[in-house]
Write a protein that binds this ligand. Structure first.
Ligand SMILES: C[S@@+](CC[C@H](N)C(=O)[O-])C[C@H]1O[C@@H](n2cnc3c(N)ncnc32)[C@H](O)[C@@H]1O
Length: 227
């Protein structure tokens, strides 16, 4: 039995937990609007960072509204597989409806901060707009867990908010929206994502998009990585 984390129940019930939330937000145009028209660009940047053709085992940590997971599945090679883990059954049920049953995709009920998955069991993992929703300590554990389950030589891709350039016209509006609705998100404006990693010396590459409002961070684990 995996409990619903308190930050989800208190801060994000309206976006993910309540069944009406799923009915409302499972519209790609709406998610795109929330991302200022950048959904497809961010989705495709995440997919391209994972790879054009995905062999082996891929892990998506947390469901995402819209067609990200469907497009991820479309990149699987014939022997490839995808697991998606989420802490809310309502989200996994919604994803199951979108995917219409596919033996290559496993849906796992679990918490990103304590994955019930073996060490070094995936070739790559994706965190798409999850970390900004989490309190600092949960975020730190989520990143550590994602790195734990990726194999040596594998890759973790993270897409999330980032502090925009001061001259970005969205700087003020976004700061206000995040302060009002997403109380943990401004952490990602204050600190580099790399500062949340459990160890130093990992190969981290960061690219920002849309005047710095979003970031895509790629972490390549060394072959034979020590954990
Ligand atoms: C990936 S985030 C946000 C994605 C993006 N805003 C979108 O358009 O959907 C939302 C998902 O994260 C899940 N989630 C939040 N905290 C989690 C946790 N600790 N473990 C697993 N899933 C979690 C929520 O249940 C929800 O399905």
């Amino acid at each position: 039995m995996t409990p619903v984390p308190s930050y989800l129940a208190h801060t994000y019930w309206w976006a993910y937990v309540h069944p009406n939330a799923v009915r409302l937000f499972e519209r790609q145009w709406l998610v795109n609007l929330i991302l200022w028209g950048n959904f497809a660009r961010l989705r495709d940047a995440a997919l391209d960072a994972l790879g054009r053709r995905l062999n082996g085992r891929t892990l998506q940590i947390a469901c995402v509204y819209g067609d990200l997971t469907g497009r991820l599945r479309a990149r699987l090679t014939p022997g490839g597989s995808l697991d998606v883990v989420d802490v809310l059954r309502v989200q996994l049920d919604n994803l199951a409806r979108k995917l219409l049953g596919d033996p290559r995709v496993g849906l796992i009920h679990g918490d990103s901060a304590a994955l019930d998955l073996p060490d070094a069991s995936y070739d790559r993992a994706l965190l798409f707009f999850l970390l900004h929703e989490q309190p600092a300590e949960v975020r730190r554990r989520t990143i550590a867990e994602a790195l734990r389950v990726v194999k040596p030589g594998g890759r973790l891709v993270i897409v999330d908010y980032h502090r925009p350039h001061r001259l970005n016209p969205l700087y003020g509006p976004m700061a206000l929206v995040l302060r009002l609705l997403e109380p943990f998100a401004l952490d990602l404006w204050r600190r580099e994502l790399a500062s949340w990693l459990p160890q130093e010396g990992l190969a981290v590459r960061k690219r920002t998009l849309f005047g710095g409002l979003y970031q895509i961070v790629t972490i390549d684990l060394p072959q034979g990585a020590k954990r």
